[in-house]
Ligand binder design. Structure first.
Ligand code: ADP
Length: 468
């Protein structure tokens, strides 16, 4: 082999010519740039001279009075001087945030299903055993209305609020597990502490209502949980007896946080289609979009009444009927008892009797066996005006809990056979439970009607609400 192998791509003569041409072009560009700069400088100089000449001519015209000359010449070129003192900036430091410790969700296959507890129109809850610890838990499948939209906000709120809670009267969320097929978003389960009863089923099955001392224990625990929620800026928005669980040691825990959400001060605008109808506060029925902890306190009042009689207190068939039943039991609102209620959206078309004197609360008459402390507590919880309802903390301080009979200690609480620990039950869904898995919206037919008081009844001091 002789000499150096010539590259297939290189052609030295041609390359040299190209290089020379590139150099020439570069020189030309440089020259053109210098020319342009020179011309610009000359133009500035010329303009300066013209201005000086004009100023001199003007001065002459003013008999050489130089005081009339502008003291400062207009700057034609920007000054590129450095600032006198330049602040020494400290070297920027990057902030470090600890990365979250992501933990992989365990599989639902780690649990052995024992029996279904609830399989209703909305939900699915089972009793199951953790195969590693042997602990019995409740598995609740997260509701998905439309799996394509991802996890509904209600599901996310249920997980978020429950994860943030740590209180003996609030159900413990142990973990979130997923089905084997992780591509299916509907396979998300909450692992909750298992409790033997819910108060609704228990009340339905009991032949006699709870004793007063037992009602106090239950109400105290419920209020204690609600107080914790409210002090931590959480509204439950679906308190009812089927969402209150009880174990065989007399401990009550608030469950079902599907409607719960954080609120603020002042509270934000929220949907009024929350809380199951029979436990829904009048301000929600009247369409208030700004409401607060008092909506939960109204539900506590309804639950108190239900514990006393074993029957839901206000079993309205629809929103209008519910409101009508509320007014029958708790009286008719007036501008004095509830200032501003007429400004609520659904109250504009509400026609109430002109002489509501005889339309006061009949709660005391309905519960004649309650002590005056007991009935004053019930009446205050079922105040139409939300501002008049006591806070959960105030309820806990109420004399009702200090007078005899005292609240029964949980260890002394009776035990009942557990339905949840046995066969599956299909429950009648409480009417008008708020829609799950989607932001509820008001249908035109829901509350678009107009309330009208019947003239004859108005005259007689009675009232009736009718949808026209
Ligand atoms: P949904 O959102 O479908 O209403 P819930 O959380 O209210 O679901 O549960 C429905 C029912 O399942 C409850 O009324 C109760 O009877 C039962 N349940 C729920 N959680 C538990 C639990 N941790 N232990 C025992 N039973 C439970």
């Amino acid at each position: 082999m002789t000499g150096k192998l010539k590259s297939r791509w290189a052609d030295e003569d041609e390359d040299a010519a190209l290089e020379a041409q590139r150099k020439r072009e570069k020189e030309e560009k440089k020259r053109a740039k210098a020319d342009k700069q020179r011309r610009a400088e000359e133009a500035v100089r010329e303009q300066q001279q013209q201005q000086e000449a004009a100023a001199a001519a003007e001065a002459e015209a003013h008999n050489g009075d130089i005081s009339s000359r502008p003291t400062k010449r207009r700057k034609l070129t920007p000054e590129h001087s450095e600032p006198a003192v330049r602040e020494e900036l400290p070297l920027a430091k990057l902030l470090r945030f600890p990365a979250p410790q992501w933990k992989k969700c365990r599989s639902v296959e780690d649990y052995e299903k024992l029996n279904d507890i609830e399989e209703g129109a909305y939900g699915w809850v089972s009793r199951a055993k953790d195969m590693t610890t042997g602990k019995v838990v409740a598995l609740k499948r997260l509701k998905m209305d439309n799996a394509h939209d991802g996890i509904p906000v209600t599901g996310l709120r249920e997980i978020q609020t429950l994860m943030d809670c740590d209180h003996p009267n609030i159900i413990t969320l142990r973990e979130v597990v997923v089905g084997e097929d992780t591509t299916k978003i509907e396979n998300i389960f909450l692992v909750l502490d298992f409790l033997e009863h819910d108060l609704k089923t228990l009340l339905e099955d009991m032949s006699e209502p709870f004793l007063n001392s037992e009602i106090k224990t239950l109400l105290q625990q419920l209020t204690s949980g609600v107080s914790y929620l409210h002090e931590n800026w959480i509204l439950h928005r679906d308190l009812k007896t089927s969402n209150l669980l009880l174990n065989n040691r007399g401990v009550l825990k608030i469950a079902d946080f599907g409607m719960a959400r954080y609120f603020g001060d002042p509270p934000p605008k929220m949907t009024q289609l929350v809380v199951t109808l029979w436990y829904r506060a009048p301000e929600l029925l009247l369409g208030a979009e700004i409401y607060g902890t008092a909506v939960d306190m109204w539900s506590v009042g309804c639950i108190f009444g239900e514990l006393l009689t074993k029957e839901p207190l206000l079993q309205g068939k629809n929103e209008v009927d519910e409101l009508s039943k509320i007014f029958e039991l708790c009286g008719i609102p007036t501008d004095d008892t509830w200032p501003g209620f007429k400004r609520l959206p659904n109250a504009r078309s509400l026609r109430l009797p002109k002489n509501p004197v005889s339309q006061g609360s009949v709660l005391r008459a309905k519960f004649p066996f309650l002590t005056s402390a007991g009935s004053s507590l019930l009446v205050s919880l079922l105040e139409l005006n939300p501002a008049r309802r006591p806070s959960a903390r105030e309820v806990l301080e109420h004399t009702f809990f200090r007078e005899d009979p005292k609240p029964k200690s949980t260890e002394m609480f009776p035990t009942f056979p557990s339905k949840a620990g046995q066969e599956k039950r299909r429950r009648r869904v409480t009417p008008n439970a708020p829609a799950r898995g989607k932001v509820p919206e008001i249908k035109a037919t829901d509350f678009s009607g107009i309330f009208a008081g019947r003239e004859d009844e108005e005259k007689g001091g009675g009232f009736s609400l009718k949808l026209i």
